[in-house]
Design a protein. Structure first.
Length: 268
């Protein structure tokens, strides 16, 4: 009987995160909108952006409220927009992806990482900012998880945290000295430090290299699509760091092997 209980609990460990994901996504939407503006998170009630009407609980049920109201404010009829349901769907996607890639025991921890990286990426994409209230708790959580799960690896992850921050800090300082303007924000350095806390020394360079490649690919696609991309064009690096860190967390060993093969092919 005990074996059967453990089997069922492990087999369906993905169900609670999937059920919680839309509500987590709703909270992430609040963080993404309010943190860059310095607005309160826990005390202020959600309001309609058009008329300022305070939204009731029935107006905030993920997916269902948006569908029932047909995407419009109950009071003034103004369009609500797709931001909230999009973040909720993205959070659900993170949970589903985690369930497919991670053993049952690691589902919740990996979801926490994925959801926080989602908030970091979306915030940076919207505002070119990476708030400390997202990156620093992620760093602490990564070191805390390492200490609990593998104390012997803690020093490695602490060093990766320091290396992640100092590498981008030095790059940003060097660029500012050479060009006389900022080319990289310290929020990116803090996000890479947080990824170091989760990934460790071996996987961190893989994540950074992959983020750089993703950024270059995005710039190339933007140019091919007709957008003007020059040396002075500001592009958020946070989304690429977040995606690369997420992939390194889920598939680190395989990614390192594939990158080694790619470097070998390019060098031959």
């Amino acid at each position: 009987m005990e074996y059967m209980t453990e089997f069922v609990a492990g087999r369906f460990a993905w169900v609670p995160p999937l059920l919680a994901a839309p509500f987590i996504g709703s909270f992430l939407g609040v963080l993404i909108q309010r943190l860059p503006e310095g607005r309160p998170i826990g005390l202020a009630r959600s309001q309609c952006d058009s008329c300022g009407h305070t939204l009731a609980a029935v107006d905030l049920v993920p997916y269902l409220s948006f569908a029932a109201l047909r995407g419009r404010c109950r009071t003034c009829g103004a369009a609500i927009g797709w931001f909230a349901p999009a973040v909720e769907l993205a959070a659900l996607g993170v949970a589903a992806w985690t369930a497919l890639a991670v053993p049952p025991a690691g589902v919740w921890l990996s979801c926490l990482l994925g959801w926080t990286l989602l908030a970091c990426a979306w915030t940076d994409l919207r505002t070119m900012l990476l708030p400390d209230l997202l990156t620093l708790p992620l760093l602490v959580l990564g070191l805390g998880a390492t200490a609990v799960l593998d104390m012997d690896a803690l020093l490695d992850h602490v060093l990766a945290t320091a290396l992640g921050y100092l590498s981008l800090f030095a790059l940003a300082a060097g660029y500012r000295r050479l060009r006389g303007r900022d080319g990289l924000g310290l929020g990116d350095a803090k996000l890479l430090a947080a990824l170091g806390a989760w990934l460790g020394l071996e996987a961190l360079p893989v994540a950074l290299l992959m983020a750089a490649c993703l950024g270059l690919l995005a710039a190339l696609v933007a140019r091919l699509a007709g957008y003007t991309v020059t040396a002075r064009t500001r592009l958020p690096f946070g989304p690429f760091l977040a995606l690369a860190g997420w992939l390194a967390w889920l598939y680190g060993d395989n990614l390192a092997a594939r990158l080694d093969e790619l470097v070998g092919m390019l060098g031959s």
